[in-house]
Write a protein that binds this ligand. Structure first.
Ligand code: 6CS
Length: 346
């Protein structure tokens, strides 16, 4: 209770600091003596894949700017949940943040393409390569700009898993399963098609919802199941290889427009350099944590066979049509690009 109160007070202090705009930076790094601050907010806690990205990004920008730019990283819980982070970036109170399509699709439906199942290739390296395509970013760019955001990167954080108190081999296994999903209604529709009863909730509420028996299961990558302690409350983790957890790195459009050419170049260089880095990191983090879960002996691990995956693939396919109904021509192009592999042409 006391801890919750203190956390709330810290959060209020943080938000008022952001609102005051003090130590803000929207001007070029070269024009000042004191370090310029870039605030970077995460949707995940320290030690996560997003944190690994942000720490490397921080080092890169520090080096590139010869120490003139200091990137301050705010892990999940220090500022707010995903929709609040996106809003703070839109208002340029925070300069950079991760915005996962699982939540962001509520305001940018085009990003739901990353929430669809069985769209990206099974090969992880190939999926990462497709996500790094400039043409893919260019297709999404206008939708982000309309919301006052600059799309800076698209990142693969690894395969989503399904956790519950039973293995989930078939759609029948989903029957009566109250499954927590992220907030995009399309994700809920996918799990409805699988036979589950989806319960969209913010990330911060998942552990308590499992504990209080408000939900029976949830879906997230291995690293999150481990670090958010969901594994403590579930007997089974199913590895369906149906979808990956994809996130996007966003900047405030106003902030980005005020950067110098040199600063924008540093951002581009950071993205190029981080593509390979974060791919290896996510694979390693997910692998190590799966091993740790295995060693704990407390959770059963089930990998779906190709035949089992096939049933889910068939059920998920009509949702592509639903996606294009929601997003029109841009959505159709995005889906075609990812589905057909044309993005590889870059
Ligand atoms: O499930 C969620 O809501 C969250 N999962 C991860 C792995 N990152 C951030 C996101 O908000």
């Amino acid at each position: 209770m006391k801890r919750g109160f203190l956390r709330k007070m810290a959060m209020i202090a943080m938000v008022s600091l952001l609102q005051s705009g003090c130590s803000d930076s929207t001007t070029g790094a070269g024009s000042r003596q004191e370090p310029v601050i870039w605030r970077f907010a995460l949707e995940e806690i320290s030690g996560s894949v997003q944190d690994a990205y942000a720490q490397e990004f921080r080092k890169h920008i520090h080096l590139a700017s010869a120490g003139r730019i200091r990137v301050e990283v705010y892990p999940y819980g220090s500022i707010g949940a995903s929709p609040q982070l996106t809003q703070l970036v839109r208002e340029a109170r925070v300069h950079l943040a991760f915005a996962s399509p699982g939540h962001l699709a509520q305001i940018i439906p085009e990003t739901d393409v990353f929430n669809l199942h069985f769209v990206l290739p099974d090969d992880d390296g190939e999926a990462t390569r497709q996500l790094a395509s400039p043409r893919l970013r260019a297709l999404l760019e206008p939708a982000y700009q309309d919301k006052g955001l600059k799309l800076l990167d698209i990142i693969n954080e690894g395969w989503m898993t399904w956790t519950a108190n039973r293995p989930l081999h078939t759609p029948e296994d989903f029957s009566d399963l109250r499954l927590r999903t992220m907030m995009s209604p399309l994700i809920a529709e996918i799990f409805l098609a699988y036979g589950a009863s989806p319960v969209p909730l913010p990330y911060s509420e998942v552990y308590a919802a499992l504990q209080l028996n408000r939900i029976d299961g949830q879906t997230n990558p291995v690293f999150a199941v481990h670090e958010m302690k969901f594994a403590e409350l579930q007997s089974d983790i199913t590895l369906p290889r149906a979808a990956r957890f994809i996130t996007t790195l966003i900047g405030s459009h106003a902030w980005y427009s005020a950067l110098s050419d040199e600063e924008r170049q540093w951002l581009d260089q950071a993205r190029v350099r981080l593509t390979g880095y974060i791919h290896e990191q996510q694979q390693q983090i997910n692998h190590t944590r799966l091993d740790e879960l295995k060693q704990s002996g407390k959770i059963r691990i089930t990998r779906l066979t190709e035949a089992e995956r096939e049933r889910f693939r068939a059920l998920s396919e009509p949702l592509r049509q639903r996606y294009t109904e929601l997003t029109g021509e841009t959505g159709r192009q995005l889906l075609e690009q990812l589905g057909s592999g044309q993005v590889n042409a870059d």
